[in-house]
Design a protein around this ligand. Structure first.
Ligand code: ZN
Length: 472
């Protein structure tokens, strides 16, 4: 009998604010340790937190993008625990009264096709500091620059049924948050983290005992870690054992998961409302204004590319994957490029460059001009690819590069006629065969003429002249 896998995910995203959740310290990444700190985020006695309005707005936008209900009153609570990177001895989070509940995310599952996963809640909280184990030999150092960084925690229902599906959900969720402008969503910079819960059961049975997997530094590793944990649970149960509630850490080098600490859920965090922070009260009119201000989200954009721009579903889905790439594509179209040609360029040369450097080497108006040259027959598509390579390193216009490299197609009939004469004279046998009825030799002669022209002849101009020559 088959095992059914049940997965739920918690994603922590850093809200894209300039300052921390409850103080004015900067959230800039990569600063000298312990420089972005103040009495509030250091937890010094008497310091009073003030909630960051921009963090609340971004959290609200994220929740609205997920179709959640925003609660007009939510409460900041203290989650008490002791850890070296937590100077206050508690983390300010939201517990029984979160900012938002009850949303869903629709996405394409690799196993089940169009699927939707429920969003249990989205709440606001602050991050802890960071323990650095490799900074000073033999000693653990603490950097509190991250302490107090604003986060949204997004908790899904236990709705995913495979590690691959969990990964697809994460990709879709990240894309949505990027489009909504909520977070930079960079796992490398620590602005996106994922914890995963997994259990197995026989189909139709109640939920099995779940374990939690942490320390996964990419979506690919979330999938690997969950594969590993699923295999571990199946082997355990089929060997007569039982799954116990445990927190596991993933080792990317070995692909294994191993226990981090046990009885995580029996931890008593002694939550209580933070006496220094009043309940967060949001005006319903403000909430609906935020809903109106939501930018165009990925699904709507994909649909627009298909209907208004006439692109295929696959092309549209590739173009919307990264908001920056989609914006570049739209700039191309706005600069007058044909949408289908623009899509091909973006999915080819442009995306290849962006994937390696996360930059666009050629400004969209210049590429639009190059696309225009191809459409007008001034240069061939093949020549345009060479010109594109030049544009990456030169400030010349596409036309100037085409002239400089001698890539402008020749349509002048007398020039074409000379190359045709040469080609026919050089291949008397083929001429005889063509005259004898081998019509497919036209392709051979077009190729010969192109060769003689050094690739500059306009292939569309050659064939009619060749036909005239043989009709004569
Ligand atoms: Zn501070």
């Amino acid at each position: 009998m088959e095992w059914e896998t049940v997965i739920g995910l918690e994603m922590h995203v850093q809200l894209a604010t300039r300052s921390k959740m409850f103080c004015a310290c900067a959230t800039t990444y990569g600063e000298t340790p312990n420089t972005n700190v103040c009495p509030v985020c250091l937890g010094l006695p008497g310091a009073l937190p003030v909630a960051n309005a921009e963090a609340i707005r971004l959290g609200t936008l994220g929740a609205l993008a997920l179709g959640c209900t925003i609660h007009p009153v939510s409460v900041f609570a203290r989650k008490n625990y002791f850890y070296p990177d937590l100077p206050k001895g508690y983390q300010i989070s939201q517990f029984d009264k979160p900012l938002a509940t009850g949303g869903e995310l629709a996405f394409e599952s690799p196993d089940r096709g169009p699927t939707s996963v429920s969003i249990t809640r989205l709440h606001l909280e602050e991050d802890a500091g960071k323990s650095l184990h490799d900074r000073i030999p033999g000693v653990t150092a603490i950097d509190l620059n991250r302490a107090g960084t604003p986060l949204a925690e997004i908790v899904s229902g236990p709705d995913m049924r495979s590690p691959a599906e969990a990964r697809a959900y994460l990709v879709a969720l990240r894309q949505l948050l990027l489009y909504a402008g909520v977070s930079e969503c960079s796992m490398e910079k620590g602005s996106l983290r994922v914890d995963a819960n997994l259990s197995i059961r026989r189909p139709g049975d109640p939920l099995g005992t779940k374990t939690e997997v942490k320390n996964m530094n990419s979506f690919a590793n979330v999938e690997r870690a969950l594969e590993s944990e699923r295999a571990r649970q199946v082997a355990l149960i089929e060997g007569g054992g039982r799954v116990t509630q445990v927190t596991l850490t993933f080792n990317a080098a070995t692909g294994d998961v191993r226990p981090l600490r046990t009885k995580e859920d029996s931890h008593d965090y002694r939550y209580f409302p933070d006496p220094d922070l009043p309940p967060l009260v949001l005006d319903p009119a403000w909430i609906s204004a935020q809903a109106d201000a939501l930018p165009e989200l990925p699904r709507a954009r994909r649909t627009r590319y298909e209907t208004a721009l006439g692109l295929g579903g696959y092309d549209a889905s590739v173009l919307i994957q990264e908001p920056d790439v989609a914006r570049y594509f739209e700039a191309l179209v706005a600069a007058g490029a044909d949408p289908k040609a623009a899509a091909n360029w973006v999915m080819g040369e442009v995306l290849a460059g962006w994937n390696t450097s996360a930059t666009f080497a050629v400004a969209p108006d210049r590429l639009a001009e190059l696309i225009g040259l191809v459409n007008a027959g001034t240069v061939s598509l093949q020549a345009a690819r060479r010109i594109y390579g030049e544009l990456c390193t030169s400030d010349d216009t596409p036309r100037a590069v085409a002239d400089r490299l001698g890539l402008v197609q020749v349509r002048d009939e007398s020039a074409l006629a000379t190359w045709i004469d040469e080609a026919l004279a050089a291949h008397p046998d083929e001429v005889a065969r063509w005259r004898g009825g081998e019509a497919k030799l036209v392709g051979f002669f077009v190729g010969q003429v192109m060769k003689r022209s050094g690739g500059k002849a306009d292939p569309k101009g050659i064939q009619p002249l060749l036909m005239q020559r043989f009709a004569a």
